[in-house]
Design a protein around this ligand. Sequence first.
Ligand code: HAM
Length: 414
Amino acid sequence: MSQIQAPRGTADVLPEDGRRRLDLLTSAADVLSRAGYGPVETPIFETTELFARGVGETTDIVEKEMFTFEDQGGRSVTLRPEGTAGVCRAYVEHGMHKLPQPVKLWYWGPFFRYEAPQAGRFRQFTQVGIEAIGSDDPTLDAESILLLAELLDRTGARGVRLRISSLGTPETRRAYSDELGTFLREREDKLSDDVRARLDRNPLRAFDSDHPGTRAALEDAPRLLDRLDPADAEHFEQVRALLDAAGQPYEVDGTLVRGLDYYTRTVFEFESTELGAQSALGGGGRYDGLVEQLGGPPTPGVGWAAGVERILLASGTDEPRPAPRSVYVATTGEADAAQAFGIARELRIRGLRAELEQAGRSLKGQLKHADRLGADYVVIVGDAEVQVKDMSTGEQRAAGSPGEAIELIAGAGP
Ligand code: HAM
């Protein structure tokens, strides 16, 4: 029969990779909880309208990248392409505006975008992210940026660069968008078909384009950063001052547009020079209108999400972390299987890592396997006695009983 393969753009996580992901998850939980972020989980599928309203009708994500289907009850649902809309929906649905503000949340899980798969770009990928909802204080913008920087640093991501900008308020952005639209329409013949088709609806998207003509046309285009109103300019100044004081390097990039429509004021993106075309490790920004747009009270918010697979790609494979002492329990005859089983279980309870023979190998084969696993000790359970072999010295000692063997190993220093 023909073989069935994983769907295009998805990947199985095998143990080696799984261990690195778990390390990253542990680091994230540590870094984020120390800053007051609590874990949150929202559904993997949501009502399609949530993303249409939250992410924006004219974004690439909503226009062409969503896994949308009708359920058996005829409702249109979508596999979540991003996490902010769902978290803000949950904030409104659970009346979290009544809690002390800001509400700080972090998440980790699978997300889905129907994109052309390539290195670092998948149809199912994993994001780790945070949202701080209920305050427009610039310290939250700076804090969230610094938290992602810390996480990337702890993971050992290489070639990391940070770009930041401010998009101002929706009104400023609208006025600027009209101005940019007029500017680009005067140079329409130079633009790509894609950009031209979106000129009326979303001219800002032009900054996302790689098309040489479009890029040339944009060179002298007006910049949003020069159009910010005084309060937004001041907010951005404060965010920058906090990053400066923290010694966080960054580049102000007025052409930074993110692929989602909910952003206001601060936006940022971390990228890695190690990653090729899909260089964005993570990004985010402020979304002061989103909660209201989803039916909640006017509520500011700021956050980011980072691609787990990309962080690990940019981090290379590091030294494995120090493991607990490990033991291999070998047996010389079938009658000892239950004893070996009990010894391994007890060693695990005592905090050691223990494996036992479970594939019918000869004693010689078992010792070879123990070596391959990097065991520090081998317990050899024989018919009459139990031996303990220290693999670093090669020294082998008889232990009177299984209990004595466990004491010999568990009682030894680290
Ligand atoms: P985003 O920039 O669309 O932002 O995605 C965040 C990160 O997810 C990207 O920088 C990238 O590392 C990873 N990512 C996105 N698409 C893919 C893909 N197809 N394959 C692999 N990795 C991918 C958001 O999703 C916003 N919700 C971030 C945010 C939170 N803004 C405010 N709060």
